[in-house]
Write a protein that binds this ligand. Structure first.
Ligand code: MRU
Length: 356
């Protein structure tokens, strides 16, 4: 196997610290210029790591939260179940409030809470042991899901194709391979060649900082474009498919992903290019009927006005609107690629069939 490619697809982005009372994360805000690992011990550090996008990407924040609540629980000097469960729920709700849109966060924390709820008769060491197993299982399952998504996605494209992607849904955002980028890494492993266009993804530049970094290092032909260049690239005939990740898929197939994703989908429809959403079933929220019910995170105006610039690019008093995600209407989506296979319209049926 190509070792540089393997270094990218098997990056160690989230793990437990040695004594399992901390979590070690690769700080994505420092990439591509610096590789910095941070050790998170306090609940506030864990919350901030997610809130400030040091760890980001829907599956990655779920994994980070699961490891975090386990690491915190191991620090507590509590012997009785009642006070332990109470403290656990408070920590869960605090971590869960760090970001609202990606359902993987609450999905992972709910799984951890169920372990506590289901075992009131067990001793504290036994409960801690079960929690440790659960957070590791969440991580290991994500590795397997990403691999399966990559296989299914690879079946949708051909050697030599041009692929456009938005934001970052690669190994950094998940665990190994990624979702939207997974088929490209897997294809590369098998000797296939793709030409990838990576939207820079304003305002936080995940496409520039992370996607083009991952693809370039893996030896995949990547061209970085500003978000407003997607149309010309499509019009030139350089894009045969769009692959994007997802933060929450509603029961009818409406999908929240990084702000700007819906514009890509609208353009793709105009140019007759298939638009695929790739994500694990942990990102599907059947309790959410449609996109209007997905909470959209609003972030600081400074991310638009001054972040990344040597000096502010707008007057400080200028009003800004900074939604971190938008919803792509299900009618614009050609398929939703999960680890269990590819869902097609009508999504209300194909998505619910995944959970039967
Ligand atoms: O704000 P971010 O960087 O966490 O947004 C991430 C995305 O929109 C990703 O596309 C999504 O989480 C899928 S990651 C496999």
């Amino acid at each position: 196997m190509n070792t540089e490619l393997e270094q990218v697809t098997h990056i160690d982005n989230i793990r437990l610290g040695g004594d399992e009372t901390s979590v070690v994360v690769l700080d994505q805000t420092q990439l591509p210029n610096r590789t910095v690992y941070r050790t998170l011990r306090e609940a506030e550090e864990m919350y901030d790591a997610i809130r400030l996008l040091r760890v980001r990407g829907a599956p990655a924040i779920g994994i980070c939260a699961a490891y975090s609540i386990y690491a915190l629980a191991r620090q507590w000097d509590i012997l009785d179940y009642g006070p332990f469960a109470e403290k656990f729920r408070a920590a869960k709700s605090y971590l869960n409030s760090s970001r609202p849109t990606a359902v993987n966060l609450s999905w992972a924390l709910n799984r951890m809470e169920k372990v506590v709820d289901a075992n009131p008769q067990k001793s504290m060491p036994e409960i801690l042991d079960l929690l440790g197993r659960e957070c590791r299982a969440i991580h290991e399952e994500d590795i397997a899901m990403c691999r399966a998504i990559s296989e299914h996605g690879l079946g949708l494209i051909r050697d030599g194709d041009g692929i456009l992607t938005h934001c970052n849904a690669g190994p950094l955002a998940t665990s190994r391979y990624g979702t939207a980028l997974g088929p490209l890494f897997l294809g590369r492993e098998r000797g296939m060649r793709f030409r990838v266009f990576s939207d820079e993804t304003r305002p936080l530049l995940q496409g520039a900082r992370l996607t083009s970094y991952e693809l370039q290092r893996a030896g995949i032909d990547v061209t970085l474009i500003c978000d407003n260049m997607a149309s010309i690239v499509m019009k030139n005939g350089w894009v045969q498919a769009c692959f994007v990740g997802c933060d929450r898929v509603a029961a009818n197939g409406d999908t929240a992903n990084k702000i700007g994703t819906s514009s890509v989908a609208i353009l793709a429809k105009h140019y007759g290019i298939p638009f695929y959403v790739l994500g694990p079933t942990s990102t599907i929220d059947l309790s959410c009927p449609d996109g209007d019910h997905i909470p959209i995170e609003l972030r600081s105006p400074d991310e638009i006005r001054e972040m990344w610039y040597a000096e502010p690019m707008a007057l400080p008093e200028v009003k800004c609107y900074n939604p971190a995600f938008d919803v792509t209407d299900h009618t614009l989506i050609s398929g939703i690629v999960t680890e269990k296979g590819i869902c097609r319209a009508p999504y209300t049926e194909s998505l619910s069939a995944l959970f039967r």
